[in-house]
Ligand binder design. Sequence first.
Ligand SMILES: [Zn+2]
Length: 626
Amino acid sequence: MAAALSPLPGNPAVNRFLDKVNAEYENVHHSYEEHFWSTKMKLEGASADKLSSSKNEYDSFLSSAARLSAVREQLNAEGLSAEQRHVLSCMEKTFSTFITEDPRVEEYKAQLNQLEAELATERNAMALGYADPQGGAFHKASSVQLRNTMRTSDDEAVRRAAYEGLRSIGPAVAQRFAGIVKLRNRLASAAGYSNYYDMKVRQAEGFSLETLFDMLDGLEQQTRPIMEAARKTLAEQKGADALQPWNTGYSLAGDVEKRMDPYFPFETAVDVWARTFAALGIKYRGATMNLDLCDREGKYSNGFCHWPQPAYFKSDGTWVPSRTNFTSLATPSAVGSGKTALVTLLHEGGHAAHFANVLQHSPLFSQERAPTSVAYAETQSMTLDSLAGDAAWLARYAHNTAGEVIPLDIILEKIRSTQPFGVLMCRSMLSVPYFERALYLLPEEEVTAERILALADETEVKIEGGLAGRPLMSVPHILSDESSAYYHSYVLAEMAVHQNRAAFMAKYGAVVDEPRVGRDMAEVYWAPGNGEAFLDLVQKLTGAPLSSAAWVKDLQTPLKQKLEEEEEAYRKAVAAGPAIAPGQQADLEMRIRLVHGDELIADTETDGGLAGACAKYTEWIRKTWP
Ligand SMILES: [Zn+2]
């Protein structure tokens, strides 16, 4: 589909080297990802042993010192072209991320793996739940269920008990976590960094902890007065008790989501997503995607999107399109499943669009692990899923099964109940990186269970204005190595989302159904892959350095103005209609296979394109969830 590039200029022996490393990488990556998919989806013949052996092969490929020195040797080859140097540098950067030169680092890593495994076991074995305020019977509940109970239970005593359940995680893990924090800092110092947080930021984003907090501090200072005003408004509207950590989420959850539900039918989600992206000018360059959207017994209980085949050009210019595996856990008959499916499709399909459009000469540029920046990757998916909140999008794409568009008053009610309190979500996101920084800056002798728990409370009060409905110590990210010290990526990505949207609005007057949006994202953000720095790319697309200005401006917008703007956008959008009408063919230049475990439900290649495949899928859903 995508035209082949001309062959890579320069030294032919270097091209042979690049092809060899690329092919080897593809091999280990592909094998691991296929086993990952088949075990998580519980397919016929799936093997946990093969998953773990392919993971080991993949890890040892990435951390081979011999391969790194071979790459460095090639960097000194005669007749090297700038393009070849670019590819070799990406290889060097990738392999150095996974190799550590100081022998103590390996030792610390092994100890950390051990401690983290113990912590995880302890955390999983915890009798998490809440004591019934009437009668005291203990209800077992996961942290997700506890948060749900807090949001939905009409009984304040139950909400409080659920909150106490969440609070009980901290004291249960703090002792062991203190040991982990100390060891993480020792590891960072052996690897040559000032502390663990600094190490993670430099490795993942390529800039320092100071640079990160320059940006976060701007957001923190500017949103503090907005947060204080929002808390005051909440107390005035719903009573001072609404500020209690177990009450805030409940006070803010209206029933508007229930009213929105019929306008997001699950059965049309794939079609709506495809038309939305096609109208944005997004193409997948010959990619293939397996979509396994529905829940079933034994399926892994977390949605994800992975790429067994990263997209790239071989050195002779041949294009290798991406292959994507994408899963969610929808129960089509449940309330809210259609909206969740749609937002997931916009989000994960956004990641897939990004990685399908990386136009470089190695799969190392288009894989989702380090050195690909999390903030960079999330910016793409979050910019695209943000559309689902826009009146301009809702008025075009949110239809019930009778084909009626979502009424304006539902949208306005949604804005009224969320706009004044959007800042609380922002502050809740911010409090995680502030807590983690404080944690890794503690002198070693102060890293104790008591100090950690106190620090969590202090941070909640300081950043969120009071104890948080989501206690910091219950945030799973901070505990495990992979996800610790990276929560700031979501904050940076959200900043970039607002900045992107403001830039598109200024340039084109629209985001929804504006084909230049997809074109710009592909050209600026996606084509270079991880070969360019996130902050440079944001500046290139928006014409300004990444800052919190656009986000702050959105949070500051008075409710009345927001309602007027969205009402106008709604009227215009209803008059215009969607660029691609329901049932009309949306061409994403992608083969989509709708699967359910081992079962192939529909395939765009054999079922008459996307419209045909979606019709077949709808039929299957109606039959399976009558
Ligand atoms: Zn994501």
